[in-house]
Design a protein around this ligand. Structure first.
Ligand code: HGY
Ligand code: MN
Ligand code: MN
Length: 403
C-alpha cells in the first residue's frame, strides 16, 4: 500500500533518532543510514518505480525510463548533522514521493522521465566533507580524495563503504547519469525565517552563498596542569580561544558568518595542557570577496596569537563551494507554475542542488520554518506547510514533466 505524506513521515521518524537528545544521528554508512536507505528502496518498490543505487552512494527511483533523457528529478538527502532535526533533507525526499503520488492521482501523464533521488552523505557529519554523493557524481570530488576521507575513529570512507556492502573502487564521475537529467528541483525546509516573516508557506531559491570549511590545527606542548609555570607553557587552547573570538569579531565587521562548531583536543585530559587543539571553521558570506576577507582576518588573528603562545598553526581548507546562482529560466518557470507570487530567497546553507547546478539546470523550493532553527532537534515545519510544499512540488513536476 502506498503511504500518504503523514504515514511516510511517521515511518521514517524513528530511524536514527537518539532517544536522549531526540536529535538525528544519520551518518553516512552507519546502521541508521542503512535503515534510511532501506526505507527509500521500500518506498520505490511499493510505487512500482524503477530503483537504482548508483556507484557514488546515491539512490534513485524512476517513473519512466531514465535512458529516454531530459528527466525531471526531485529529492534531497536522508542523512543528518550530529543531533540534527527531522526536516533538513528528509522533507525533500518524503515530499518527492508524495508529489509523485499526487501527480498520479491527478492523472497527469509525464512525457519526461520523473526521478526521485536520495543523495548520499550530504551533511558530511562523519567524514567532514559535505555533499559527497553529488560531488563525486559531478567530478568535484575525486575517488582518491574520497578514499582518504577519515572519520573521528580513523575509519576511512573506503572502509566504511566496504563494511556497508558498497564497492569504493567504482566511485567517480557519472556524466552519463547527469546527461539524462533535464532539471533537478530540490525541496527543502527553510533554514531561516524569511518565509515566516513574509507569511508565505513556500518560496523559491535565488542563490546559495559561497561557503567552506577550514581546519585550524594549533600544536603546542602537553605538560602537567599542576606543575608547569604559566610562563613555561605552550598552550594551544589559548590560541584557539582567541581565534574563536576573532572569528566572531571579523564576521560582525563584515556581515559574514563564521562559526567554530567542532573542536578536538589532544590528549583531552583535565589535568594536562593540550598538545593539540583542532578547530573547524565554517564560514559563509553573500559574496566571495567578503568571504575571503573574513577568513583571511581570522587566519591572521590566529597566527598572531599562536606566535605569542609559542604554538604552531596549520590551516587547511577542507572544502569550498563557490556562490551558486540558480538558473534564472528554471527559477522563473517555477515562479510561473506557482502562480507568480512565491518569494525568491537566497540562502547561506549548502545543498546538493548547488553542487549539481554546474552540470544541470537546478532549482529549489523552500518550505516555511516557523522558528528558523535548523541543524537542531528543534527544527520544524507545520504539517499544513509541508502539504503546501507537496502541492507546490506537484505543480512543478506537472508543469515541467507533463506537457
Ligand atoms: O551545512 C550546510 O549548509 C548544509 O546544510 N549541508
Ligand atoms: Mn543541513
Ligand atoms: Mn539539507
Amino acid at each position: 500500500m502506498t503511504q500518504t505524506f503523514t504515514e511516510m513521515w511517521k515511518d521514517l521518524a524513528p530511524l536514527g533518532r537518539n532517544p536522549r537528545t531526540h536529535g538525528y544521528r544519520r551518518y553516512a554508512w552507519t546502521p541508521a543510514d542503512r535503515d534510511c536507505r532501506a526505507w527509500f528502496q521500500a518506498q520505490a518498490h511499493t510505487r512500482g518505480l524503477r530503483y537504482e543505487a548508483d556507484r557514488n552512494g546515491n539512490q534513485w527511483a524512476w517513473l519512466g525510463d531514465p535512458a529516454d533523457g531530459d528527466a525531471v528529478v526531485t529529492g534531497s538527502h536522508l542523512d543528518s548533522v550530529p543531533d540534527g532535526g527531522a526536516f533538513d533533507g528528509p522533507l525533500g525526499v518524503v515530499s518527492a514521493f508524495a508529489a509523485l503520488d499526487a501527480l498520479r492521482a491527478r492523472r497527469a501523464r509525464p512525457v519526461r522521465p520523473v526521478g526521485i533521488v536520495n543523495f548520499g552523505d550530504e551533511e558530511g557529519a562523519r567524514f567532514g566533507l559535505a555533499c559527497v554523493g553529488s560531488r563525486l557524481t559531478t567530478g568535484q570530488l575525486t575517488r582518491e580524495r574520497a578514499h582518504a576521507l577519515t572519520d573521528a575513529d580513523g575509519v576511512t570512507l573506503a572502509r566504511a563503504m566496504e563494511h556497508a556492502g558498497q564497492d569504493p573502487e567504482t566511485l567517480g564521475p557519472d556524466p552519463e547519469r547527469l546527461a539524462r537529467i533535464g532539471a533537478f528541483v530540490e525541496l527543502h525546509v527553510e533554514q531561516g525565517r524569511a518565509l515566516d516573516l513574509s507569511g508565505d508557506p513556500v518560496g523559491i531559491a535565488s542563490a546559495i552563498w559561497p561557503h567552506g570549511r577550514w581546519r585550524f590545527d594549533f600544536a603546542g606542548e602537553a605538560n602537567h596542569a599542576g606543575t608547569t609555570r604559566l610562563a613555561d607553557r605552550r598552550d594551544p587552547m589559548l590560541s584557539y580561544a582567541e581565534t574563536v573570538l576573532a572569528a566572531r569579531r571579523a564576521a560582525d565587521l563584515t556581515g559574514a558568518l563564521a562559526t567554530f562548531g567542532k573542536v578536538a583536543v589532544e590528549p583531552n585530559g583535565v589535568n594536562a595542557i593540550p598538545s593539540l587543539v583542532r578547530g573547524w571553521l565554517d564560514s559563509r558570506a553573500a559574496d566571495q570577496e567578503t568571504l575571503d576577507t573574513v577568513v583571511t582576518a581570522i587566519e591572521e588573528a590566529a597566527r598572531e596569537r599562536a606566535e605569542r603562545d609559542g604554538v604552531d598553526l596549520t590551516v587547511v581548507r577542507e572544502s569550498f563551494t563557490p556562490v551558486v546562482e540558480f538558473e534564472h529560466a528554471l527559477r522563473d518557470e517555477l515562479n510561473r507554475l506557482l502562480g507568480g507570487a512565491a518569494p525568491v530567497l537566497g540562502t547561506g546553507a549548502g545543498h546538493d542542488a548547488g553542487i549539481l547546478s554546474g552540470a544541470v539546470p537546478t532549482a529549489m523550493l523552500f518550505v516555511r520554518n516557523p522558528t528558523g532553527v535548523s541543524h537542531s532537534p528543534a527544527e520544524s515545519a507545520t504539517e499544513d506547510d509541508c502539504l503546501a510544499g507537496v502541492d507546490a512540488l506537484t505543480d512543478v513536476l506537472e508543469g515541467l514533466a507533463c506537457r
